[in-house]
Design a protein around this ligand. Structure first.
Ligand code: HEC
Length: 136
């Protein structure tokens, strides 16, 4: 693990413990609620597993669900297909987000995954999720 950390060179995350989860003595209530959403209702941890918050796998998020089929230069435009997951450690430092930088803020990524995963998060849950990701 020490070797991996050197390779990725993540910025320090002083609120995380050895498992990569929040230390309740250091975290705010909003960050703690966000962590609960991340591992629970939001289902984020099913792909973004601690301590680096990635499973290092390819995933198909089926984004074509959200497009009207369209011909571009004689080819049918499709979804993103298989995309490599990203670690979320230090994520607040590295906008814009997704492989093509289409999302500008962490708030946008929460809206994106709420649609993709059909998790029906409430506004307070979305705010708490962003607070949690800022602590990573
Ligand atoms: C089914 C697996 C899966 C789940 C569940 C999932 N993600 Fe992701 N996540 C991905 C993949 C794959 C990417 C890269 C997508 C791309 O680049 O188009 C990604 C990218 C991201 C990024 C951008 C990373 C970067 O460096 O640009 C953020 C932020 C993120 N996810 C947050 C979340 C949050 C928050 C949740 C829960 C609400 C979540 N993810 C749930 C697979 C998942």
């Amino acid at each position: 693990m020490a070797e991996m950390q050197e390779i990725f060179d993540f910025p320090p995350a002083p609120k995380l413990d050895v498992f990569g989860k929040l230390d309740p003595k250091k975290a705010t209530e909003s960050e703690m609620r966000g962590q609960a959403v991340f591992f629970g209702k939001g289902r984020c941890a099913e792909c973004h597993t601690p301590p680096f918050y990635t499973d290092n796998l390819m995933h198909n998020l089926h984004t074509e669900r959200f497009f009207k089929p369209k011909m571009i230069n004689g080819m049918m435009a499709v979804g993103d297909g298989m995309i490599k997951n990203f670690p979320l450690r230090g994520i607040k430092e590295s906008p814009p987000y997704l492989h093509d930088g289409r999302l500008l803020t962490l708030e946008d990524t929460v809206e994106f995954f709420n649609l993709v995963l059909e998790t029906k998060l409430t506004e307070p849950e979305k705010k708490d999720l962003v607070a949690f990701m800022r602590a990573l």
